[in-house]
Design a binder for this molecule. Structure first.
Ligand SMILES: [Zn+2]
Length: 398
């Protein structure tokens, strides 16, 4: 067994597990991110609170069994589908948090602020579930959720994107002292909209509001614009790359200069697949495909340097993105968040252990998982797997 720091999944939308596999066909002439989003919106609006909780539990179960000990949940379902508030305005966030705690993994609830459909665009009825009336509403929700007394729970702020959050809101958010995550430049049209509204890149708008810091994570950055690299560097910010989702959605590949120069973490995002090592190895394999070279993300002549760099992306870099100190490492005084991978299998024979984990493993190799010293997965199986699957079935598409 190879013992590693537990994996950190820094970008997740748990409920999107509900339609995995049901969008792998082409209903009309052209299918892309925007038509996928229509399908996602219909799922987002048909799930009641108990369905969202059951889907979250299913996604987090799958994560735990794949070695994930902490998830950054980018949570944007807040209200009833008609936009009215639940009696407790944080009903859905609390259910998602409860799902993570039931499974036994840590959660950083990245509470999304969503203010509008876009620049000069009327809001779409399908977005009513996400929309806050003011930036204060988002900050109040975070304040209420931060009162939850469980050391496995933390909260952060997630202004959804430059499209969905106007500059005036970002100005208020710049004072926020915890982790801030934001979708940035996932699609070229998002850049075009920012250029039309502000005359600069989405990241330049974010920088001008004073939001770039080591606690800022730009999710995706698939289509950066000129100057964005130095903006990230100066701010000390990082990128969360979600390679399997970015391929699934046809977003594109993060340019290599960003992979080499900026700290990277990874996320399972749309849950098209939950396999953190697949995300980590894709960082390097996509870099090779773009560069026409081998061993791109590794220092020269450092033994196991590449595997170590990619393990950092699923470990300490992800933990830092979620504001967690002393996580993602094996050290005295660090949190005992651990994953044991079984190397007792033909595919690992003769392969150096770290390289086997990073380049050959799949989630079936996960044998045991501990969170804060408590074992949550034993011999590859979570003790509540059967009941969680049973409860999830009625909310899945058939
Ligand atoms: Zn996302």
């Amino acid at each position: 067994v190879l013992l590693l720091p537990g994996f950190v999944n820094a970008h997740s939308h748990a409920f999107q597990r509900a339609f995995r596999g049901h969008v792998q066909w082409r209903p009309k002439g052209r299918d892309d991110f925007w038509s996928w989003r229509e399908a996602m919106y219909s799922v987002a609006n048909e799930l009641p609170p108990e369905g969202i909780e059951a889907m979250s539990r299913l996604a987090f179960l799958e994560m735990a069994e794949a070695g994930v000990t902490q998830v950054g949940e980018f949570h944007y379902l807040h209200h009833n589908p008609d936009g009215s508030k639940y009696d407790d305005p944080n009903e859905l966030a609390r259910r998602v948090i409860a799902a993570a705690l039931d499974v036994g993994i840590r959660i950083c609830l990245l509470r999304v602020a969503y203010g509008r459909a876009g620049h000069n665009r009327a809001s779409v009825p399908a977005q009513r579930r996400f929309i806050d009336l003011s930036p204060t509403a988002a900050l109040e929700a975070i304040e209420a959720l931060s009162q939850l007394a469980d050391e496995r729970v933390s909260v952060g702020l997630a202004p959804h994107s430059i499209r969905a959050v106007p500059k005036s809101w970002l100005q208020e958010f710049a004072q926020f002292s915890g982790p801030i995550h934001m979708h940035v430049s996932e699609q070229p049209s998002e850049n075009g909209a920012a250029m039309a509204e502000y005359g600069c890149s989405p990241l330049a708008v974010i920088q001008k509001q004073g939001m770039l810091s080591p606690l800022f994570t730009a999710v995706h950055m698939t289509h950066p614009l000129s100057g964005d690299l130095s903006r990230l560097k100066e701010g000390g910010a990082r990128i969360c790359v979600c390679p399997t989702t970015e391929l699934d959605l046809g977003d594109g590949l993060l340019p290599n200069v960003y992979r080499e120069a900026i700290p990277l973490c990874v996320g399972s995002d749309s849950q098209a697949r939950i396999d953190m090592m697949a995300e980590a190895r894709a960082l390097e394999l996509h870099a090779r495909a773009l560069a026409g070279q081998r061993n791109v993300l590794t220092p020269v002549n450092e033994a196991h340097g590449l595997a170590k760099r990619l393990l950092k992306a699923v470990g300490s870099e992800g933990a830092a993105a979620l504001g967690a100190d002393q996580a993602g490492v094996l050290a005295v005084g660090a949190k005992a968040d651990l994953v044991g991978l079984s190397l007792d299998r033909p595919a690992a024979l003769g392969v150096p252990p770290l390289e086997a984990a990073v380049f050959s493993s799949n989630p079936d190799w996960v044998k045991d998982v501990w969170v804060g010293g408590t074992r949550v997965v034993r011999d590859g199986e979570h003790p509540h797997r059967a009941s969680i699957l049973r409860a999830a079935r009625q909310w899945l598409r058939h």
